[in-house]
Design a protein around this ligand. Structure first.
Ligand code: GLA
Length: 421
């Protein structure tokens, strides 16, 4: 029984449903005023960096963050392409000063925020910060509502390169308008500041955020779970798989300078090695922003190897910026396919089930078609060499059957390069 032939019709229908060609052009971002680099043009590939929230929440301070900055460099993360060191919620004092200006918490940051930004820049990194469109941040610190232009000017004076802008305590604010206002305020400073929209996908930002920000969250917060969401009272943390599935219908909106953001990474925070590897691979397949969220000072060699896998990162950073699409396989296996430049592509086999499985694939029975990218492959008369991106070695060609065990929650990822038979 040839499962691939049997399934090819059904998966093609599925793929076509989601991939009607409508790649957004990002045309709103073509504002060329006075030769400045403007908001909406600062992230031709998905931004990569580190964010404090997943591990530390508001328990941050200058000393530990400086250690983290040092490890960002010494661990090879900077060299692997990570750039932004981002402070999430909790960096501020609980009140603005007598002039209405935000101030860094004087206990957490005794030397002030400019000094910390200078430290980050001196290491060849970029500096990011957090605030919220509402009257208070999600953790209860002073929000930006009504202070958009003065806060933007303050950030620019500190040398901020990236602003994550959240959506708590916003009452009746109009979402696109609030983000447009802050985007204009950042633009008015003349400093290139990547604008990261964080309203959890509640108001379909993929429909209006192009040219306003470079990335926009598409879901609620990620939690430390691969398969199932976790409930905390009336709040539900999203699992890796749940977030992954929510990216399918919005795939077509992803692209240079307007990235669907499936939230920060939980790699190194307590999932299994296979789960961490899968989480990272899938985010790369999605062409997602990559924000490490682990304690860099304590990361294991395995965690470092995942986060700094340059061949996998190159998939994320491919210039076409096309997110992967899903093809269903027999026995609940999945293939995620990401078209790359130069007629190359990446196939990520995913076993989301609780049992290990066998991949038994005769390539010549497989056809892949993707209207969005124009990808059309018939493996019975097109040949590709295979490179295993986790074993980091060449793995033959598509003229031979692929037979591999794939563990529960594991991925196997191949880069395919056109080749002669
Ligand atoms: C929201 C965001 C998180 C984080 C916290 C900070 O929940 O979605 O990513 O920034 O706020 O309070």
């Amino acid at each position: 029984m040839n499962f691939f032939k049997a399934f090819s019709l059904s998966f093609l229908c599925l793929v076509n449903l989601f991939n009607t060609y409508s790649q957004s052009s990002g045309s709103n971002a073509n504002d060329k005023t006075a030769g400045k680099i403007l908001t909406g043009q600062l992230a031709p590939t998905p931004p990569m960096g580190f964010n404090t929230w997943n591990t530390f929440q508001t328990k941050i301070n200058e000393d530990m963050l400086k250690e983290m900055v040092d490890v960002f460099v010494s661990s090879g993360m900077r060299e692997s392409g990570y750039q932004y060191f981002v402070l999430d919620d909790g960096w501020m004092a609980m009140e603005r000063d007598q002039n209405g200006s935000l101030i860094a918490d004087p206990v957490k940051f005794p030397h002030g925020m400019k000094a910390f930004a200078d430290y980050v820049h001196a290491k060849g990194l970029k500096f990011g910060i957090y605030n919220c469109a509402g009257s208070k941040t999600c953790a209860g610190y002073p929000g930006t509502r009504g202070h958009e232009y003065e806060d933007a000017r303050l950030y620019a004076s500190w040398g901020v390169d990236f602003l994550k802008y959240d959506w708590c305590n916003t009452d009746s604010l109009n979402t696109p308008e609030a983000y447009k206002t802050m985007s204009a305020a950042l633009r008015a400073t003349g400093r290139p500041i990547v604008f990261s929209i964080c309203e959890w996908g509640d108001h379909n930002p993929w429909l209006w955020a192009v040219g306003i920000g470079e990335l926009y969250r598409t879901t609620g917060d990620i939690g430390l779970s691969f398969f199932s969401n976790k409930k905390y009272g009336n709040w539900e943390a999203q699992s890796v798989i749940s977030i992954l599935d929510k990216q399918i219908p919005i795939r077509k909106y992803n692209g240079p300078n307007h990235w669907n953001d499936p939230d920060m990474l939980e790699v190194g925070n307590g999932m299994s090695y296979n789960e961490d590897k899968s989480h990272f691979s899938l985010w790369c397949m999605l062409a997602a922003p990559l924000a490490a969220g682990n304690d860099l000072r304590k990361m294991s060699p395995q965690t470092r190897d995942i986060l700094t896998n340059k061949e996998m990162i190159a998939v994320d950073q491919d210039a076409r910026g096309i997110a992967a699409f899903k093809m269903v396989m027999p026995d609940s296996l999945e293939m995620w396919v990401k078209p790359l430049k130069n007629n190359e592509l990446v196939i990520c086999f995913l076993n989301r089930t609780g049992n290990s499985k066998k991949i038994d694939l005769d390539w010549k029975d497989l056809n892949i078609s993707d209207a969005q990218s124009g990808l059309e492959i018939h493996f019975d008369n097109q040949y590709f060499s295979l490179r295993d991106l986790w074993l980091k070695k060449d793995a033959g060609k598509t003229d031979k059957k692929l037979v591999r065990e794939i563990a529960s929650h594991e991925v196997i990822v191949f880069k395919l390069v056109p080749s002669l038979k």
